[in-house]
Ligand binder design. Sequence first.
Ligand code: BTN
Length: 270
Amino acid sequence: MTPTAASTLISRREHFEVVGSTNDVVRSWLGMGEPEVCLAVADEQSAGRGREGRTWTAPSGAALLLSLGFRPSWLEPSHVWQIAACVGLAMAEAAESIAGLGERAIRLKWPNDLVAETDDGDVRKLAGILGETTSLGMAGAIAIVGIGVNVDWAAADFPADLATTMTSLRELSGREVDRDRLLDAFLDRLDVRLRALRMGSFDAIGWSRRQLTDGRLVRLEDRSGESEVVRAVRVDAMTGALVVEDPDGEGGQRQVLSGEIHHLRLEPGV
Ligand code: BTN
């Protein structure tokens, strides 16, 4: 077991060389009565999960893989998504700091990706967040937020099918990045953000400003495979929704919730 870092919000913290999924580890801890916030970190996962039933894999030691377990009885069920947003913001700031990147070099791609824009305008995925909840609004409500960040992973070792869409902190910074330093920097920032959230204050401005999709054409694909291209306008910090223009050209807008969307892709064009 790794000693607790500077952060004081963590009730239990364990580091695994190999585990199935860190989300499942904290789920089992919470099931056994562990208080929030518990943290499982792994060098490697044998059954890592992504959003929408996708798998999530990374070579041992190449990524920071962690999950945090919460008992969000202190938060309106409709605001529980803000915990994952705090995780994304804290990780974006920590990564920029530890990798020596510029301010807002890392952007959020709704609903829950961390991405970076390359010099030639390509947008590549750096990290993904998987939020899972059970019994929201009831006594035993739990929320699990897992994040996988590509850290010390050379482009030469990227899987062929992801090589043109992913990046890592090593590739963005041109230097080696230490996962333990990144984890400590993340926990320090998360501590501040979660304390504020507990007091009823969510960083709506910070979350909105970091979004990549504002003003862009995006393809929204639902679970049946149907898709439409719409213009994203902004995000809504009350609901967590993506606000898009109605495609009828009348200037109307509507909100899209993350649960409705299987995939969001950026479309070429302005
Ligand atoms: C996505 O982009 O689809 C979300 C990926 C989330 C991956 C992380 S890695 C740590 C945690 N454990 C898992 O099994 N998944 C999350």
